[in-house]
Write a protein that binds this ligand. Structure first.
Ligand SMILES: NC(=O)c1ccc[n+]([C@@H]2O[C@H](COP(=O)([O-])OP(=O)(O)OC[C@H]3O[C@@H](n4cnc5c(N)ncnc54)[C@H](O)[C@@H]3O)[C@@H](O)[C@H]2O)c1
Length: 326
């Protein structure tokens, strides 16, 4: 039995699908909040619900009793914790959501793990923990104590909380610092998704810092391959705790992202240039040495190929489900 939190989210959906196809029993939990279109979450969840081995519960992880009840009922052997309030800029607008889901919610998961002792707890951290570090590429050996958004601070706190629980209660724990994961069924709040919509609908594409901002784009299938392999890599050190970067190691400018989308869609974007929001960093760039050593794999899909796969899905999905009000 594997518990996946945030199973109706982008990464949670893809991981659940992979494990369900492999025949695992998956317990999915999600509160289906409206940070972005909940219809997309419902639709992902409908795909998963076709599997008889998927057991979904709509609960909020900030509610300690609900979390404890799920652990008591299913006694999961593996816990993959992906539920969180994501997004760096939104943390300037609604900080409460980050404290509730990422701090209190995460603490509730750790408390349940303390009692029910899964074989392995895997949780999502983020590349944002590196802040504006000038040490490129970002290594898990680097210090990460200058976050520039509340989101990043909550993710870094998660790593520290998890270390304490791993140290104190001997819970094998792996934290994954994801770098800009994109692809089919992706998140509408992310640039590649918003840009695709804007290009198709003659809207504007907002570029920060003249489009020079760089991101280490990571295709979803590669991120899932890493997650899948790491589930079986249970840390055995004295303190059984590991952190990995999950990124492609190939930072690409946002200007290049727009050009690639223009090529795929066959239409020019209307660019507007804006100042970089304070919560955003200028560059992300993953050093994946430890990941390769551990699982003999690291993300490989070229951006153009991944974006083509995203675009195919986007057209298919929105032809079937036109965006409301349009
Ligand atoms: N996608 C990326 O590029 C990326 C990069 C770095 C880190 N991450 C992290 O990976 C994880 C998954 O990200 P994603 O892109 O799939 O995001 P997502 O927003 O699509 O998925 C998160 C899911 O968690 C659910 N959720 C949020 N708060 C909850 C709560 N209090 N109780 C129950 N469910 C709750 C949401 O409804 C959502 O379905 C997150 O922890 C995110 O911070 C993602």
């Amino acid at each position: 039995m594997i518990l996946i939190t945030g199973s109706a989210g982008f990464i949670g959906f893809h991981l659940s699908l992979r494990l369900l196809k492999e025949g695992y029993d998956v317990v999915g939990i999600d509160n289906m909040n409206n940070y972005y279109d909940p219809k997309l979450k419902e639709d992902r969840n409908s795909v998963l619900s076709e599997f008889p081995n998927y057991h979904f519960h709509r609960i909020d992880i900030k509610d300690k009793t609900s979390v404890a009840d799920i652990f008591e009922r299913y006694q999961p052997e593996y816990v993959v914790h992906l539920a969180a309030q994501a997004g760096v800029r939104y943390s300037l607008i609604n900080p409460d959501a980050y404290i509730e889901s990422n701090i209190i919610g995460f603490y509730n998961i750790l408390e349940a793990c303390k009692v029910y002792k899964p074989k392995h707890l895997i949780f999502a951290s983020s590349s944002s923990v590196y802040g504006n570090s000038q040490d490129l590429p970002f290594s898990v050996k680097d210090r990460a104590d200058k976050p520039v958004s509340l989101y990043a601070a909550t993710k870094r706190s998660n790593e520290l909380f998890a270390y304490v629980y791993s140290y104190t209660y001997n819970i094998p724990t792996t934290g994954l610092r994801f770098f800009t994961v994109y692809g089919p069924w992706g998140r509408p709040d992310m640039a590649y998704f918003k840009f695709t919509k804007s290009i198709l609908e003659d809207g504007q594409v907002e570029l920060y810092n003249n489009g020079t901002v760089k991101r280490d784009f990571t295709f979803i299938d590669d991120a899932i391959e890493c997650l899948r392999r790491l589930i079986d890599k249970i840390p055995t050190d004295v303190v059984p705790y590991k952190i990995y970067n999950v990124g492609s190691g190939q930072p690409i400018t946002v200007e290049e992202l727009v050009k690639t989308l223009e090529k795929i869609i066959g239409k020019k974007a209307k660019r507007v240039y804006k100042e970089l929001p304070s919560a955003d960093v200028l560059v992300t760039y993953a050093d994946t040495t430890e990941l390769e050593e551990e699982i003999n794999f690291s993300p490989i899909t070229p951006l153009e190929e991944g974006l083509r796969r995203f675009y195919e899905w986007y057209k298919m999905y929105y032809e079937k489900h036109p965006i409301q009000g349009e």
